[in-house]
Design a protein around this ligand. Sequence first.
Ligand code: 5AD
Ligand code: FES
Length: 334
Amino acid sequence: MTRDEIIKGLTVLDPSELFAEADRVRRECVGDEVHLRGLVEFSNVCGRDCLYCGLRRSNKEIVRYGMDMAGVFETARIACEMGYRSVVLQSGESARYPTEEIAGLVRRIKKDLGLAVTLSLGERSRETYAAWREAGADRYLLRFETSSREIFQRLKPDSSYDERMQCLRSLRELDFQVGSGIMVGLPSQTPEIIADDILLMKDLDLDMIGIGPFIPNPDTPLAGEKGGCLDLTLRTLALIRIVTRNAHIPATTAMGSIDPQGRQKALRCGANVLMPNVTPTQYREHYQLYPGKICIKDRPGDCMLCITGMVASLGRTVAQGPGHSLKRPVSGAV
Ligand code: 5AD
Ligand code: FES
């Protein structure tokens, strides 16, 4: 697809043909199976000050928490028992957890539980990434958030676009399965910028692509902004599916938070992954990147039931394997 064709897809009056085409490509390239990843949000401590995010360090309205590694392992063990074959360990970006502590956790999860492990801990040094890969981490998620340098710099005043891109390159060189993505509906984002985002995703040859609507958080400087709508998010998702063919693409929590049918709709226009929350309930309300986040009162088992019901109601099946990348051979695959 050319840039102009992508822009047309983002702006055309009726997207139903686009959605049908994305669903067809999804079925042909990744099949009817939906992969589940249990999401553990183990710390909301963050050293950065991104304007859009509720975890930003200037936000004094939230209670900060950080689970210890024994607690994270126990959470992963429970997820494993519930049937998950893959966990995502996510936190705010901070050096609170030293490289070796995370490496030890990863080693233990790989050895005792045999789960696929995805880390989502922000920007760290290449040496740290290498140590985590060495410990057995399979995948890493780091959204580039926007391909517009100007918007990136404004929304992430203490980060650098080039450094983030360098992180993504390092992760690829270290043989991680790499996931990245964007928010849709950021202030001053245009269809042209989203088209460039999509072309960059293709260029990076990402194994996984996570996107969601930007949802203004009242405790951040972007409180008064408009935010992204589901329609534009779904168009973006559909175009990403068509352009990247066999990338793993989740129906994200943010989509489910702005529309009760958001994730179901996403699964019908390109998505093939769900990331149910397995964080212990007592921490969930404190991990609010944005308001209105779903599932904050639920227990891990509730989300598993809800998700399996959702998948079945769409006539799809829950995948039983770890759901590795379909883009390239995976070393150390479990
Ligand atoms: N609305 C939607 N998504 C958000 N994220 C952070 N803040 C918000 C928000 N206000 C997303 C970012 C980040 C991911 C973990 O959550 O894209 O990479
Ligand atoms: Fe948590 Fe539906 S996914 S209750």
